[in-house]
Design a protein around this ligand. Structure first.
Ligand code: C2E
Ligand code: MG
Ligand code: MG
Ligand code: MG
Length: 288
């Protein structure tokens, strides 16, 4: 009977809590050596235009295969990596991998944007702007094909500095997306504070639109607001054709979700866009 909660209630330290803590400690120490052991990979999930079906971009998502504990979901280890600040080298590795991969698509004629999740811890770090520019320069990817997805899971020590960096990134053509929009981590105040290009509407707002009138009304209001403020809109977690057609009718710009594809390995993604381009070509030539 020890740990005080923020609301003033007391709670017992249970065996489950002990187990969870032990797991977190193991993950924190595992993260330190994971880069050197090559335990990370990056997968790519396609996003498509809600009107034309054309693949416009891909989101890079990290995967961690721990040598003893197996696959660990990012929702579990990213917060730990942020707390321990090891997210800085890990995030830089993801960014470099994703930008190099995107250059391969471009060299093959697929002018697709790569979207990379960036922790605010990374953005706050000094030299962050120079690092991103350097990665683009050494790879040869044009800045307008890079989009950075941000949320604020952790309290920032220097919010003004972050706004300055985001403005710099924006000024060279890099796009800024607000991820998980509408959740506690990404609210309206972000649109005021940051130089935003894209709003990614969280899956929780999409999930029930096919059968909940209120959810449809909320989505519609969000899309109208986004449009009048000139933001590009992405719907996350689109899983059914019904959801897709509602989103398309309401004028949402881009959709992402299992309906189109789950995240794919670099090679699978390359095949995906190549085959899709061929199908589109065949469709066009068969039409006339
Ligand atoms: P996110 O940025 O919102 O990424 C979308 C998540 O939704 C991904 O989970 C993706 O696999 C999942 N998803 C996509 N379509 C669907 C769908 O139709 N239905 C459902 N149920 N889920 C769908 P994932 O890969 O497990 O990543 C979880 C979160 O971890 C990400 O959420 C992001 O916040 C974070 N994350 C992933 N990779 C990175 C990274 O490289 N750096 C940082 N800082 N965070 C990352
Ligand atoms: Mg994201
Ligand atoms: Mg998201
Ligand atoms: Mg989300």
């Amino acid at each position: 009977q020890s740990k005080a909660r923020g609301n003033g209630n007391y709670t017992f330290f249970t065996p489950e809590m002990g187990k969870a803590l032990l797991r977190q400690t193991r993950l924190a120490s595992g993260l330190k050596s994971a880069l050197a052991r090559n335990e990370f990979t990056v997968v790519y999930q396609p996003l498509c235009d809600a009107k034309t079906g054309e693949v416009t971009s891909a989101e890079a998502l990290i995967r961690w295969n721990h040598s003893k504990m197996g696959l660990i979901p990012p929702n579990e280890f990213i917060p730990i990596a942020e707390e321990t600040r090891i997210i800085i080298p890990i995030g830089e590795w993801v960014l470099r991998s994703a930008v190099q991969e995107a250059k391969r698509w471009h060299d093959a004629g697929h002018m697709i944007i790569v979207a990379v999740n960036i922790s605010c811890i990374q953005l706050e770090e000094c030299h962050c702007y120079q690092k991103i520019q350097q990665i683009l320069a050494e790879t040869g990817l044009e800045p307008q094909f890079l989009e950075l997805e941000i949320t604020e899971r952790v309290a920032l020590s220097n919010p003004e500095e972050m706004i300055r960096i985001l403005n710099n990134l924006r000024s060279i053509g890099i796009k800024i997306a607000i991820d998980d929009f509408g959740t506690g981590y990404s609210s309206l105040s972000y649109l005021k504070k940051y130089p935003v290009h894209t709003i990614k509407i969280d899956r929780s707002f999409i999930q029930d639109i096919a059968f909940e009138v209120r959810d449809r009304a909320m989505l519609k209001a969000l899309l109208i607001m986004a449009k009048s403020l000139n933001f590009s809109t992405v719907a996350e977690g689109v899983e059914t054709p019904e959801q897709f057609s509602i989103l398309s009718d309401m004028g949402c710009n881009v959709v992402q979700g299992f309906l189109l594809s789950t995240p794919l390995s670099g090679e699978e993604f390359f095949n995906f866009i190549t085959n899709r381009r061929m199908e589109e070509g065949q469709l066009l030539s068969s039409l006339g």
